[in-house]
Design a protein around this ligand. Structure first.
Ligand code: SF4
Length: 893
């Protein structure tokens, strides 16, 4: 059989793992980690490993549509150009905006930015990366004079101490977590400290977990700065020669964090714990502090990050291997977007829009007479302007703001009344594209061609192994062709991603100031062959001299500021914008789960990934659960100051701090009735970066007792009618629905047949105890199981795992049929339980069995027995937890 192999990169998180895709003649797609890619050396997490399952055409947007009608590209372009031009003519260029995405490739970003800032003449282009890492950008710029992340993944292997602040790396950047785990296993002296209000899967491997009060990170790191100074840890030579502002930073730090007892009190941890951490940091030379959204998604995110950087500047632990403040980006190309000016307040190639000289350089290079002269609207302000009708036309590319933006209901309402909305996306029906006047089909992973930059500034190729389906085009192509229709042909002549990359690389070199680090001059003038075969490379890539691959960034002690000194920033910690009250007694935190990505438009299509977290949930501490009568497995209604409310399943867990709730960010209206947690988040932003405070809303929660609960597993999508709550997930050849409601049909027996499209004469088995509200039924088609429905007045329904396994069978045995409506497997068949290992489909009960019956007391021995955890390793923290649990339980349940 013919198999073609393509080296490309994973499209999910900012780790930017290299993958090798094998395309079989029969269309089967296999994905493996690329052993040569320096981001992952062959490793992949569960999401990367399941990429082959997400290459599908169902649910794709394949043709341009205007007002829901399929049209040609020419007609779509003519319509968009006419609408945009008319609005610009009447109201000026600031009446239009682009809202783009960290999913775009660098080449897409570059041309979108060039069109808006260079030729439409407005800087109203911002990216959803604003929501996840713009505070890191602002903090690096304040400290170093440029958005330069100074570390490499290799530093994580060299570090003796890794501090993870607001970063659940085990789930959000799993391959880096694997690197850290390996480093710790191979060197027992390596220490890991996690700083996180929640006890996450990442904190399970840490030596110390500081469960600080939400939002108090800057007090903690100001305290560290004071401690380091008192301990005589100042690198006098470095501070004197390479920095400025130390005295002011120390003075501010002393005000908030004069001594450890003050810090411990504010942070809600004990003094001993705090001193242990401070001592460890002090005596360890090679320390990397990793941070991500847990720090940046606060209204004082920039300050929090600068409070960390200050500690590195004081001790001179920058520009050397194995140390530094390391921001992990959430999206695969958030960094690439930053490079080419995807943020409304930047120009391409790390030049500044408020710097006249930089504007002149970019205008000259682009030969633009209409370059935007001021910063544009940041994401939140952009949607405010749409709401106020100051922005009358918006083009949303590769993102789903109706789910992902804070106060998402307001964003939805704003788009509903916007004069002209264009959405380009690969998926047909997103919550956002439903509101669009024009939908444009874009290519997606597997079809796209271009580059991405990962968290360690490494540029990698994303290569196509599939042709574009239907009439889908690459984003750069769509933007280029529209620009041509709008009359900008000369500036948009591109015929390939390679041409765009070359222009971008040349811009980084054009009249480059000596102090700017971003330099791709060594990648200019590549032939198409060279571009196609480009190996992963970290910037800077100067035409002459060393690249950062051999020398750490800032190793000469000279930074990107005008006087080449790094800046300490005086930090006065600020509390989050919302405080708990009688009406809203909980702090609401949002984040990711292990196997889903963003708004699930891709991962929601993978049965393997969907098996891990099948519905939206809220985590609540056991004491709070008791106090508020919240029962594990039942439903809760959560509301916030925005006036919105969501319905989610309750998970009672001591991982959560008392007084805090955690709800994942992924569920949209396609996968759940009402669980868009972003609708509960106020549009409070960091005043410098504009990044919203996703990690700290205040909320109330109450049990939402339904009159009935149930589930449906069906090869068809059912016609839900009475379900106040529903959540669906995709299985292999079926859909699974968890449902609940207040109202119910007169007769479940009659209603279930309508719901599941049962035709007269079809094989149908059912059990109905009307008085007690138990109803169970199964439909068979040609001997195999087609659908089942279980309804009960109680939430205590049978486990779904064995029932799901029946959907993989061609026929159902007599004993299985007999057991089916009881929901329990026959005595001779083992139920695997909830899926833990997504790679090999290994369930919780199988793992517990290996532990209790076969004496597997390590992840390795569990793996030897049942394969769990031996592939991507994403489930290793959960296996560790199960091993511990089985040591005290008998796990028979
Ligand atoms: Fe993809 Fe996982 Fe690697 Fe992130 S860690 S890039 S999701 S394989």
């Amino acid at each position: 059989m013919n198999i073609s192999r393509t080296k490309t990169t994973c499209p999910y998180c900012g780790v930017g793992c290299g993958v090798i895709v094998s395309m079989h003649e029969n269309g089967r797609v296999e994905v493996q980690g690329d052993p040569d890619h320096p981001a992952n050396y062959g490793r992949l997490c569960s999401k990367g490993s399941a990429l082959g399952e997400t290459v599908y055409l169902a649910e794709r947007l394949l043709y341009p549509e205007v007002e829901g009608e399929q049209v040609s590209w020419e007609r779509a372009y003519a319509h968009i150009a006419a609408e945009f031009s008319a609005i610009i003519k009447k109201h000026g260029p600031d009446a239009v905006a682009f809202y783009v995405s960290g999913q775009l490739l660098t080449e897409d970003y570059y041309v979108a930015n060039k069109l808006m800032k260079g030729f439409i003449g407005s800087a109203n282009i911002d990216t959803n990366s604003r929501l996840c890492m713009s505070s890191a950008v602002a903090a690096y710029k304040r400290a170093f004079g440029e958005d330069v992340m100074p570390c490499n993944y290799d530093d994580l292997k060299r570090a003796q101490l890794i501090v993870l602040a607001g970063s659940n790396t085990a789930w959000c950047h799993p391959v880096l977590y694997q690197h850290m785990l390996q480093s710790k296993e191979s060197n027992p002296d390596v220490r890991i400290v996690t700083i996180d209000p929640r006890r996450t899967q990442t904190s399970d491997i840490s030596d110390y977990h500081l469960s600080i009060r939400p939002g108090t990170d800057a007090v903690l790191f100001n305290g560290l700065l004071v401690w380091l100074e008192a301990a005589g840890e100042i690198d006098v030579h470095f501070v004197e020669n390479s920095t400025q502002g130390m005295a002011q930073a120390l003075a501010s730090a002393r005000l908030s964090s004069a001594d450890v007892s003050m810090v411990a009190d504010v942070c809600g941890i004990n003094v001993d714990q705090l001193e242990q951490f401070y001592r460890l940091f002090t005596r360890t030379e090679r320390v990397v502090t990793v941070f991500s959204q847990g720090l940046s998604q606060y209204s004082s995110g920039v300050d929090k990050i600068n409070s960390i950087i200050n500690c590195y500047l004081l001790t001179g632990r920058i520009g050397r291997k194995g140390m530094g403040p390391f921001s992990l980006t959430g999206q695969p190309n958030a960094m690439g977007g930053r490079e080419v000016g995807g943020l409304a307040n930047q120009l391409a190639a790390h030049m500044e829009i408020d710097n006249a000289q930089h504007r002149e350089i970019v205008a000259q290079f682009w030969q633009s007479k209409t370059l935007a002269s001021k910063a544009g609207l940041k994401a939140i302000n952009c949607f405010d302007a749409i709401e106020n009708r100051d922005v009358k036309a918006v083009w949303i590319m590769a993102t789903n703001p109706v789910v992902s933006m804070p106060d998402a209901d307001r964003v939805k309402a704003a788009l509903e009344k916007c004069e002209f909305v264009v959405v380009s996306d690969c998926v047909a029906n997103t919550d956002t594209s439903r509101l669009a006047h024009v939908c444009l089909p874009a290519t997606t992973w597997g079809e796209r061609d271009g580059t991405v930059t990962n968290s360690e500034r490494r540029i990698s190729r994303q290569r196509p192994f599939l042709s574009a389906p239907g009439l889908a085009k690459h984003d750069w192509q769509i933007i280029t062709e529209l620009a041509q229709v709008m009359g900008f042909e000369a500036a948009f002549p591109y015929r390939s991603a390679a041409e765009i990359f070359d222009e971008y690389a040349r811009l980084t070199a054009y009249k480059k100031a000596e102090n700017r680090q971003l330099d791709l001059s060594g990648l200019c003038d590549m032939s198409l062959h060279e571009y196609n075969n480009l190996l992963p490379v970290q910037w800077p890539v100067p035409a002459h001299g060393n690249s950062s691959a051999s020398l750490p960034m800032f190793s000469d002690g000279r930074f990107s500021t005008d006087n080449r000194r790094a800046c300490f920033i005086a930090i006065t910690p600020r509390a989050p914008a919302s405080a708990v009250s009688e009406s809203y007694p909980f702090v609401l935190n949002t984040g990711r789960v292990r196997d889903h990505w963003h708004t699930m438009t891709r991962t929601g299509m993978s049965p393997r990934l969907s098996a891990h977290s099948i519905e939206p949930f809220v985590e609540v501490h056991p004491d709070d659960a008791k106090k508020f009568s919240l029962i594990d497995g039942k439903l809760a209604q959560i509301s916030s100051e925005t006036g919105a409310e969501i319905f989610v399943r309750i998970r009672v867990t001591s991982r959560q701090q008392q007084g805090s709730l955690f709800v994942p960010m992924h569920w949209n209206l396609q996968f759940s009735s009402q669980a868009r947690v972003s609708s509960l988040i106020r549009t409070v932003v960091d005043p410098i970066s504009g990044q919203p405070e996703f990690k700290h809303a205040v909320a109330s929660i109450k049990s939402c007792d339904a009159n009935w609960y149930g589930f449906i597993i069906s090869r068809q999508k059912p016609e839900l009618k009475y379900s106040r709550y529903w959540a669906r997930s995709r299985g292999k050849g079926f859909w699974r629905y968890e449902i609940a409601g207040q109202q119910q049909p007169e007769d479940w027996a009659a209603h279930a047949k309508t719901l599941l499209h049962v035709e007269p004469g079809e094989e149908w088995a059912e059990f109905y105890d009307k008085a007690d509200g138990h109803y169970r039924a199964a439909r068979f088609v040609a001997g195999h199981l087609d659908s089942i429905i279980f309804i009960d007045s109680s939430v205590l329904l049978p486990p779904r795992d064995w029932l799901i396994s029946l959907f993989q069978k061609d026929s159902i045995s007599a004993s299985e049929r007999l057991s089916l409506l009881q929901g329990l497997p026959p005595a001779d068949i083992e139920d695997a339980g909830k899926i833990i290992c997504a790679c090999f489909n290994v369930g919780e009960k199988t793992i517990c069995h290996a532990v209790t019956e076969q004496a597997a007391h390590s992840v390795e021995s569990v793996g030897e027995i049942c394969q769990a955890g031996i592939n991507c390793g994403s489930c290793r923290p959960e296996i560790v937890e199960l091993i511990k649990r089985c040591a005290v339980d008998d796990c028979s349940g």
